[in-house]
Design a protein around this ligand. Sequence first.
Ligand code: 13P
Ligand code: 13P
Ligand code: MG
Ligand code: MG
Length: 389
Amino acid sequence: MPGCFAIHLGAGQEEHVKITLSVIKADIGSVGGHIRPSQALLQSVRSWLDEHRDGLLLDCAISSTGDDIALLMTHRHGAGAEAVHHLAWECFREGTRVAKSQGLYGAGQDLLKDAFSGNVRGMGPAVAEMEFEERPGEPFLFFAADKTDPGAYNLPLYLAFADPMNTPGLILSPGLSRGFRFVVMDVSHTEGDRVIELNAPEDLYDLAALLRDGERFVVESIWSRETGEQAVVVSTSRLHNISGKYTGKDDPVMLVRVQKDFPATGEILAPYALGPYVAGSMRGSHQMPLMPVPLQSGISYFDGPPSVTCAAYAMHEGRFTEAVDPFANPFWDTVRNTVAEKAISMRRQGFFGAAMLPMSELEYTGIVEKLKALEPRFQMRPVEKPLAA
Ligand code: 13P
Ligand code: 13P
Ligand code: MG
Ligand code: MG
């Protein structure tokens, strides 16, 4: 029942001086397969949050990317604040009720647990949060990707924060010249967070050695070595680690603070012109190129292509400006055409070889039973004895 739910800060959860920027995202149902949430669903999420945010949030903005709904929020309760996570969880549960009432596909898809237990991490929704002291001008970018996983950001982040071929600021701007510290997570380790810290530029080759494998190693955060300030946070959840089977792709969100001692917006965006092949698209099981698309875009060809949106904001005392859409600029039309051609090229080879993900990723799908069923039909051919001399 709307209006009857109230979340209060618990003891010891006093307000921080710093601002926390939190994004919590989930797929709770969509129209026409895994394409896009309904307008009614988005509206219900928006009004539920408006009704229940008082005293908790400074601001919030609701958006969709493919079939995922993201709650972008500011507050003063720190990363991982139980009250904020609980608010997001209940908001998605309320949305799921609306999704069910409309017969949306995959209603409640990313709510993998029944009861809230203090933090939505490990429960299905993707989370990216950072706490910082607001700069006089605080521009930041909110990225959301659908039909792919968190490793999709590895290459764009490496290029933007570690490669002067992409980012002239590494040469031209004193604030950037000491480089950046990357925190990389081994997402195949399920018993806890297994992380490594590597410094660019000294550890560049080690960084590349890890980041090439986006299914296993994922950039979790990036920090300025000049100021110690955090520039980036990426959601690192892998749904198959939570549920033990394929329940949808991880569809990662990312927050990037830009300008001054961080790369400029254009330096962060430039790598997306590559349209690199990433894991995802149909049944989350393929290699397809990542397409930068306008805000609120839906999904189409082959449950893809894997799509990424970017919303650019400024904020003051935690209050957002309107979102500006950098990928709506006509420049990206050419990129989208190239990415579409790459996608069609790859699809020509169907299930074969590089078009589909390796077995390590497919082992959460039904192919495991198929291969098991074929086992008894394999026979050892008798070895023919060589003729006696
Ligand atoms: P700053 O204003 O952050 O120095 O960036 C300037 C710029 O040239 C961006 O391309
Ligand atoms: P989502 O993870 O976006 O729901 O996509 C699931 C899927 O299997 C699409 O083919
Ligand atoms: Mg879905
Ligand atoms: Mg999705």
